[in-house]
Design a protein around this ligand. Structure first.
Ligand code: ZN
Ligand code: ZN
Length: 356
């Protein structure tokens, strides 16, 4: 991959700092390409240094672009101190939303001549806008999830438990080339589906119920995330009505979505449709979230998000209703790419209510 270290460098002025110390692993991956599980990246105006431990000597040399690679024998911050890597700088920004208080105290102690500037969201806007390679990777992860979903539809039958379906979802993702799951799959049937973040249980799938299936994986670092709701036999009039309302709400949001809107504005488009259906009180979460190297990224698409949605951002659109009184839940989730004049939907799986 090409290095984005120069883009990090461009941020230094805004951050009012001489250098930025990046500790978030997904941010490190985005910036210099390192995919391992331990590292620090220090970016100054002239040079950049990446420090990791001995397990990653070969990997770091092969992957890291745009920074000098160092291998630390002790801790990473001890190495930085001993090698005087911070010496040229007096004000160094660090990621206050990632670094623990203990780590910050440690940095302050070992580098007492430095003014440490806490910053949050230092790179979030840059990271939100995806380039074509990143979009291809999200699409590749999404295609795996879609094919698993297709297979799962033929595997589901009354008598299986939610947990058994979840196991199939994980197994089939890994078989099809996923590097890992991007989150534990949700398989929620009947009354469990009325809880937005239900975990799979030993509950047996029964005829006449809705099943919410939410799943995603990582492929080459990038995440997929998709929800479909299916019915096992006829789920009844109310659940069908709920399904159609959620689908309409999602359609409205997909049609309206474009960069330049705020998260709030887009959320409201879907919410208004559910208001009309008298179901908005059951839509208890935000409409969506950014997705990329992490399954949940900035920007949020929610009632409280006044952030402007950037061009090229990949976000999910996932309205849902969870109706405990009627013992059903519905969520439908796609990934879209935001453009100035609209959006394109990356997810291909069909959305007509599938009755198994
Ligand atoms: Zn999801
Ligand atoms: Zn999601």
């Amino acid at each position: 991959m090409s290095s984005r270290v120069s883009r990090v460098r461009d941020r230094l002025l805004d951050l009012d700092a001489d250098a930025l110390l990046i500790s978030s692993l997904p941010n490190i991956r985005w910036s210099c390409g390192f995919t391992g599980s331990n590292g620090l990246l220090l970016v100054g105006p002239e040079s950049a240094h990446f420090v990791t431990d001995g397990r990653y000597t070969e990997q770091a040399r092969a992957e890291v672009v745009g920074a000098n690679v160092h291998i630390a024998e002790e801790g990473l911050s001890t190495f930085i101190a001993e090698e005087s890597l911070l010496a040229p700088y007096s004000r160094i920004a660090f990621q206050a939303d990632v670094v623990s208080v203990a780590k910050r105290d440690d940095l302050a102690e070992t580098h007492d001549s430095v003014t440490w500037v806490p910053v949050t969201d230092a790179l979030t806007k840059d990271i939100a806008s995806k380039d074509s390679t990143e979009i291809d990777r999200i699409r590749a992860a999404q295609r795996i999830t879609e094919s698993v979903f297709e297979q799962i539809l033929t595997a589901i039958e009354p008598g299986m438990t939610e947990r058994e379906v979840a196991v199939e979802i994980v197994y089939r993702h890994l078989r099809r080339g996923a590097d890992a799951m991007s989150f534990d799959p949700i398989v929620a049937s009947g009354p469990n589906a009325a809880r937005p973040h239900a975990r799979p249980t030993d509950r047996t799938l029964r005829k006449g119920e809705m099943i919410v299936l939410d799943m995603g994986c990582f492929r080459e670092g990038y995440a997929s995330d998709m929800t479909r709701t299916v019915a096992l036999g006829d789920p009844g009039k109310e659940a069908r009505r709920g399904y159609e309302a959620v689908r309409k709400a999602q359609d409205a949001a997909l049609t309206a979505a474009r960069s330049g809107m705020t998260g709030q504005e887009l959320d409201a488009v879907a919410r208004d449709v559910l208001v009309e259906a008298g179901l908005d009180e059951y839509f208890s979460h935000g409409l969506g979230h950014g997705i990329g190297l992490q399954v949940h990224e900035w920007p949020r698409v929610s009632r409280t998000s006044d952030a402007t949605l950037p061009e090229g951002a990949c976000v999910t659109i996932e309205p849902g209703v969870y109706v405990p009184g009627e013992a059903y839940g519905v969520r439908i989730e796609d990934i879209i790419i935001l453009r100035k004049d609209g959006s394109s939907t990356l997810t291909r799986a069909l959305k007509t209510l599938k009755i198994l």
